[in-house]
Ligand binder design. Sequence first.
Ligand SMILES: NC(=O)C1=CN([C@@H]2O[C@H](COP(=O)(O)OP(=O)(O)OC[C@H]3O[C@@H](n4cnc5c(N)ncnc54)[C@H](OP(=O)(O)O)[C@@H]3O)[C@@H](O)[C@H]2O)C=CC1
Ligand SMILES: Nc1nc(O)c(N)c(N[C@@H]2O[C@H](COP(=O)(O)O)[C@@H](O)[C@H]2O)n1
Length: 220
Amino acid sequence: MHVVVNAAMSADGKLSTREREQVAISGPDDFDRVDALRAESDAVMVGVGTVLADDPSLTVDDDARRERRRNAGKPENPARIVADSRIRTPTDARVLDDRAETYLLTSEAAPQDFVAEITESGAEVIAAGDQRVDLAAALAELESRGIDRLMVEGGGEIIFSLFEAELVDELSVFVGPTVIGGWKAPTLADGDGFVDDFPELSLRDVDGVDDGVLIRWDVC
Ligand SMILES: NC(=O)C1=CN([C@@H]2O[C@H](COP(=O)(O)OP(=O)(O)OC[C@H]3O[C@@H](n4cnc5c(N)ncnc54)[C@H](OP(=O)(O)O)[C@@H]3O)[C@@H](O)[C@H]2O)C=CC1
Ligand SMILES: Nc1nc(O)c(N)c(N[C@@H]2O[C@H](COP(=O)(O)O)[C@@H](O)[C@H]2O)n1
């Protein structure tokens, strides 16, 4: 499986505000690039923190891109994946609508009645891990279901865990022309953070996009 992490951060490295409210950091060209990246992916993944904060749809906006996927014999939208150990995803979340297939990665700690309820709402549950999602096991299970190209759209906690588990192949970051600030505002990689054995990145390219910069790295 090839895993691409994509996110937009402010010039000071924040993904959103201290109130965890969604901020449009990308401009139109970057949002269009993200839409193209979604269309090229078999699945788009977020952590449940992002579902609770943003209620994203994670679908492809552009009609022509969806049509190209259909013509290639694919579903018109990539699958959606939420890492959600105890099933905090609300049953009316947009990721559960019928525009795409949705997988919830859960743990053995997820209450069985929540599993039944979320399955009824249209999601397929993949349990991996005791208390928290075991990302390596969950991604291996997704790969066995035909997901070869995975795009991860955040947030900071799930991105950190994917780096910690050495599951990331590529990192794309749009650095936007704004400053958000705040000790508690989410950053690109939160969680416990590294104190050594930092992931090493190899610069692939840098482009000016909108009024910001798109930086793409390969993970060594
Ligand atoms: N600018 C941008 O590009 C983006 C910005 N954002 C912003 O980021 C914020 C959300 O980020 P954040 O709160 O970090 O949320 P995340 O989306 O990273 O979700 C974190 C949650 O995922 C669940 N999870 C399940 N398994 C794991 C695991 N193995 N490792 C880590 N987490 C796991 C945890 O909840 P549990 O233990 O219950 O399973 C955890 O609290 C919002 O403010 C949103 O607006 C989000 C995406 C992109
Ligand atoms: N690429 C990018 N730029 C920004 O400025 C952003 N705020 C985000 N956020 C991510 O996009 C998701 C919203 O998706 P939908 O448009 O609702 O499908 C959001 O949840 C973040 O993952 N991304």
